[in-house]
Structure formats: structure tokens, C-alpha cells
Design a protein around this ligand. Structure first.
Ligand code: BGP
Length: 461
């Protein structure tokens, strides 16, 4: 039996925009808007309007999740739902009632809320007027919104997060066109990355001004994708070094250590694309680091030296420093196209232990996306043994990391109930609970019944 430490937090993660549906929203976020102008960009033309109907079904959804062993739930508050006037951070009362009800219901059901404040869902007005996080003014508006959330819900929510996967905002919105505003602009991506770190630090400052007794914690959720080099030759090693700096350390280091990695600053400076910063801002980042870290882990990166000389490209893009490497023999999740390599979770645990002060952390997302899961329905239940295996394999590595002294306090599967996922809509299902999106009938999968035992026994055989 693999036993986890006492009080280990078993949970699941979702987000407001992916679960709630757009019911009674006064403002659109960038995805609501993008879908309204270009529904064909989304898998099967399915948008966020209904999602998994959490706005209406939250009571029964929470009960189902609790039945599936979920004792901690990470979701997000939508800026575009809660706030009425973005400059003043006045609130929309229906949204306040909704989030109050959700939090109260969670607590009633024995589910601890973990609340995140930005899950890719910039309000479209702010994107159009200011360019979203392209603008430093928006970092102030974001901090006001965050503070409003702390004021309204901080009496019952003790785990807060400023951002989910800021790297994906950069990749999707400013490099590879899978998030609105669909720009391709490397130097702007660098600036937006910096501005998000700044926004996070500003929100953390407000948080620590408001909560001083240490009962409430604030963190950030980062998708870590450690890069392994294709070989030990120096060019491949340099490629992996840059990939790690760009994909992970650009957010990890300021969030935990309070400063940027020197090597990254040098590379970006040499290329003439370093962000615009002031000494006051860097000081703010330095003094407003996180209390706990959420790690979303799905897959590592395999990289090799770039095959194209950087000099042959006109515009600066981060991928001039490395190419992906399709390592022979990798185990792949073919539906999603991601490598499955659980040992990376151990490597992450050790990296946090050794290089980040062994900060309090947890796995804030990990899971397996599979398409057309109706293939596996037998006797009305999705027989998702592949998901159980996936989770077990990752938990074994995580457990080794904890045994080696890494300070990990929980594991949150992505996700509780199948939810809507950006451009992929409902293509890949991740839930412990199946959602039939035509009927909104929700049924616990085999993995959900298994997860219940895992969570009740605090371990597995
Ligand atoms: C993470 C995001 C989640 C979720 C998940 C699965 O990066 O934080 O929001 O979308 O990935 O992604 P997908 O459904 O696109 O396979």
C-alpha cells in the first residue's frame, strides 16, 4: 500500500469559464467573445455558453464530486462575471450571490475551496481598450478585482491563487494563436509575461495587507514542463537550458524567489527584447512572493538544438533557441498528443525541494484527456482503467518525491466533471464524472469510484 502523509489534500481542479456557462453574465471574457465572432474556431462549433452547466447545477455537481472522493476543489472566480465596472471594481450582485452560494455549499459538503483569480479569462472590454495584460494599467485593475475577491470571500476561502498557467496566456495569445487576441509577436509576449508577474505581485501585496494572521495563503498555479535534452552535447544542453528558463523559470523564479533568472535576462537583453521594467516594480516583485505553489503537470518537454539558425529569422520568437525532439520510444497519449512520463513529477518535487526553498506545494492539475469516451461505456459507466493507471503511475512518483522530503501537500486531478476546454471544447474528456453534453446527465466513471477509495484510504495498493 502506498500511503500519503496525514491530511494530504485529495482534490480536483476546474475553472469558472470551463464549467459555469455564460448564464447571467453581464460581460464577456475573451473566449466568450471569440466564440461569438468565430464559432468555427472551436471543436465541433461548441462554445462556453453552457459548459458543464455549473451555474445551474452546482449543488448536485458538488455532491457528485464529493461522492467521487473530491474533498478539495480548485475553481476560479471570473473577473468578467463578478465585476460590473472594471475601473472601480464595483460588483455584480448576482455573481456575488452565486460565488457565495458555491463556497457555502462546498463547505457544507466537506469540500475545501481553492480559488484562482485568472484562468485565461481576460474581460473583452479590457482586452479591446487596453490590450489586456499588454498594459500595466490593467495590472492595477486586476489587483483591484483580486482585492475585491479577498474582501468578499476571504472569511471562508483560505487558499487563493493569482493565475493559472500564465505561460499558456503567452503561448496561446501572443505566439501560437490558440487564445484570443491571436497575435504572433515575440517581444510583446515577453512584455505580457512580465506584466502578468507584476499583476500577480500587486495582488499578493493587497492580500498580505488584508490578511495578516497567516491563516490565508496565496499562490500561483504554473504548468511546469521540464525540458530534457536530446543528448549531452553542448548545443542540445543549451537548448534545454533555454526551454527551462523560458517555459518554467520565467514565472517560477519571480513567484518564489522574487527575481528573474540571470541567464534569461541576459539572453533576452542580448536579443534586444527584454521587458520594460522599473526598479520600483522589480522591488514590488521581490517583496511579494507566494506562500504556496500549485503545479499543473501533464508532460515534460524533449528538446534539441534548433535546426534553423536564429539569424535566418527576421522576427524574434522564443523557439529560435530550441526545437522539439521526438524521442523514439516515448509513451504518448495519442488522443492529446502529449508524452506520458510520470517520473518528471518526481524530478519536479526534487527541484522544488532543492532550488525553491522546499516551498509548500501541491499538484494543482494532472490528468488524462481521452476523446470519444463513450467507446468505453459498459453498464452505463465509463470503464476508464487507463485513467486510473495514469493517476496511479503519477502518484507513485509523487510519493517518492514526498518520501525524499519534498513538501507537497496535495494532489488535484484535472478534472472532477468533464468540462469545456477552450478551442478543444469537449474533444478530450478528463473528468472522474462523465457529462453527457446533450442531456447534462452526469455519471461517475470507474475512475471516480476508484478515486473515492483513494481519497478515503489516503493511498492505494
Ligand atoms: C490545462 C488548463 C486547463 C485544461 C487542461 C486540459 O493546461 O489549465 O484549463 O484545459 O489543460 O487541456 P485540454 O482540454 O485542452 O486538453
Amino acid at each position: 500500500m502506498i500511503k500519503f502523509p496525514e491530511n494530504f489534500a485529495w482534490g480536483a481542479a476546474t475553472s469558472g469559464p470551463q464549467s459555469e456557462g455564460c448564464f447571467k453574465k453581464k460581460h464577456q471574457n475573451v473566449f466568450d467573445y471569440w466564440y461569438s465572432i468565430d464559432p468555427k474556431a472551436f471543436y465541433n462549433g461548441v462554445g462556453p455558453d453552457t459548459a458543464s452547466n455549473f451555474y445551474n447545477d452546482y449543488k448536485s455537481d458538488l455532491k457528485l464530486m464529493r461522492e467521487a472522493g473530491i474533498k478539495n476543489l480548485r475553481t476560479s472566480i471570473q473577473w468578467s462575471r463578478l465585476i460590473d465596472d472594471f475601473e472601480e471594481a464595483t460588483v455584480n450582485q448576482d455573481a456575488v450571490d452565486f460565488y457565495n452560494n458555491v463556497i457555502d455549499e462546498m463547505l457544507k459538503d466537506g469540500i475545501t475551496p481553492y480559488i484562482n483569480l485568472c484562468h485565461f479569462d481576460m474581460p473583452i472590454e479590457l482586452q479591446k481598450k487596453y490590450g489586456g495584460f499588454e498594459s500595466k494599467h490593467v495590472t492595477d485593475l486586476y489587483a483591484k478585482f483580486a482585492d475585491k475577491c479577498f474582501e468578499l470571500f476571504g472569511d471562508r476561502v483560505h487558499h487563493w491563487f493569482t493565475f493559472n498557467e500564465p505561460k499558456v496566456i503567452i503561448d496561446g495569445g501572443y505566439l501560437y494563436k490558440f487564445h484570443y487576441p491571436l497575435k504572433v509577436d515575440g517581444p510583446l509576449a515577453v512584455q505580457v509575461a512580465y506584466n502578468i508577474n507584476l499583476a500577480s505581485a500587486k495582488a499578493i501585496k493587497k492580500f498580505h495587507e488584508r490578511f495578516t494572521d497567516g491563516k490565508n495563503k496565496i499562490g500561483i498555479i504554473l504548468n511546469l514542463t521540464p525540458a530534457y535534452p536530446a543528448s549531452q552535447n553542448k548545443d542540445d544542453l543549451a537548448a534545454a537550458h533555454f526551454a527551462n528558463l523560458w517555459d518554467d523559470n520565467m514565472f517560477l523564479d519571480p513567484a518564489i524567489l522574487g527575481y528573474y533568472p540571470k541567464d534569461l535576462v541576459k539572453i533576452l537583453s542580448d536579443a534586444g527584447v527584454l521587458w520594460d521594467s522599473t526598479p520600483e516594480e522589480l522591488d514590488l516583485i521581490k517583496h511579494n512572493t507566494i506562500d504556496e505553489l500549485g503545479v499543473n503537470f501533464y508532460h515534460p518537454e524533449r528538446v534539441q538544438a534548433p535546426q534553423v539558425s536564429p539569424k535566418s529569422l527576421q522576427d524574434w520568437m522564443p523557439d529560435i533557441y530550441f526545437d522539439n525532439y521526438e524521442m523514439p520510444g516515448r509513451v504518448m497519449n495519442v488522443d492529446k498528443g502529449w508524452e506520458i512520463y510520470p517520473k518528471t513529477l518526481y524530478d519536479i518535487a526534487i527541484n522544488i525541494r532543492d532550488n525553491y526553498g522546499n516551498i509548500d506545494w501541491f499538484v494543482s492539475e494532472n490528468g488524462m484527456g481521452v476523446s470519444r469516451e463513450e467507446r468505453f461505456i459498459k453498464d452505463g459507466v465509463v470503464q476508464d482503467d487507463y485513467r486510473i493507471k495514469f493517476i496511479k503511475d503519477h502518484l507513485r512518483e509523487l510519493h517518492k518525491g514526498i518520501e525524499a522530503g519534498s513538501n507537497c501537500h496535495g494532489y488535484f486531478v484535472w478534472t472532477g466533471i468533464d468540462c469545456w476546454s477552450w478551442m478543444n471544447a469537449y474533444r478530450n474528456r478528463y473528468g472522474l464524472v462523465r457529462d453527457d453534453i446533450h442531456t447534462q446527465i452526469k455519471t461517475i466513471k470507474k475512475s471516480g469510484h476508484w478515486y473515492r477509495k483513494l481519497s478515503d484510504n489516503n493511498g492505494f495498493d
